[in-house]
Write a protein that binds this ligand. Structure first.
Ligand code: SAH
Ligand code: MG
Length: 226
């Protein structure tokens, strides 16, 4: 089982989740639930959490690292401030094609802009302090490398939400219990979590639901940094 919490608790929380009104989101969820597709979208309880945070922030500009089929982009677009935008980064052509199709079907071509390519390069081209919210949901081994760019790109008082930080719970286990081929990801995720908890510009919290979420706040100009 890939859940990090007791199954009965996850089942209970998911039973409380209201299916999305947006037909494109519902279509993607159904295709996955029926086993027709294995697209790696955020879990329902993570979707609910993101909406709460985003409605609180009312972002003008969101950056997403890892578009996949556009599910989380379309979901987040419902929480933007008026005239707001999402910039989302994807490197895998198959995903890109699906995302373009879904974003077009949802009529969101003017709101959601996909930038094709490896985020390692794309991030360097984006404007400093340009984003109210960054959602990082790409290759987990790269989070630690992308973190300095995320901090540069966030506006003061901005929010970084990072998905899959507990990697099915493996991150909390001793590295000796981790399969050899997973050890690099394990140590990089640990490095990422340690760093967000000890970086003076950030206040962070690691939340054990979904596949593990990290919520980080970039200290603004006026806060007491303690
Ligand atoms: N946020 C999406 C799911 C993203 S899955 C949702 O919840 O709906 C992760 C995606 O990140 C995959 O499609 C993968 O191709 C992409 N990805 C991983 N590493 C990347 C990188 N370095 N640059 C760009 N895209 C990347
Ligand atoms: Mg994810």
């Amino acid at each position: 089982m890939s859940e990090i919490n007791y199954g009965y608790i996850v089942d209970y929380i998911r039973a409380l989740h209201t299916p999305p009104q947006n037909p494109i989101l519902a279509e993607i969820e159904t295709a996955i639930a029926m086993g027709d597709e294995t697209w790696p979208i955020i879990k329902p309880e993570v979707a609910d959490f993101m909406k709460v945070i985003l409605f609180m922030v009312k972002p003008q500009e969101i950056l997403e690292i890892g578009t996949a089929v556009g599910y989380s982009s379309i979901l987040m677009s419902e929480c933007l401030a008026e005239g707001g935008h999402i910039t989302t980064l994807e490197r895998f052509p198959y995903m890109l094609k699906q995302a373009e199709k879904n974003i077009k079907k949802a009529g969101l071509e003017d709101t959601i802009k996909i930038i094709v390519g490896d985020a390692a390069e794309t991030l360097l081209t984006l404007p400093s302090e340009g984003y109210d919210v960054i959602f990082m949901d790409c290759a987990k081994g790269q989070y630690i490398n992308f973190l300095p760019e995320c901090i540069r790109l966030l506006k003061p008082n901005g929010i970084l939400i990072t998905d899959n930080v507990l990697h099915k719970g493996a991150v909390a286990k001793s590295r000796y219990l981790i399969e050899r081929r997973q050890r690099t990801t394990h140590s990089r995720l640990r490095d990422f979590l340690w760093t967000i908890m000890h970086t003076p510009e950030l206040k962070s919290s690691v939340l054990p639901f979904g596949d593990g979420i990290a919520l980080s706040y970039k200290i603004g100009g006026t806060e007491n940094e303690n």
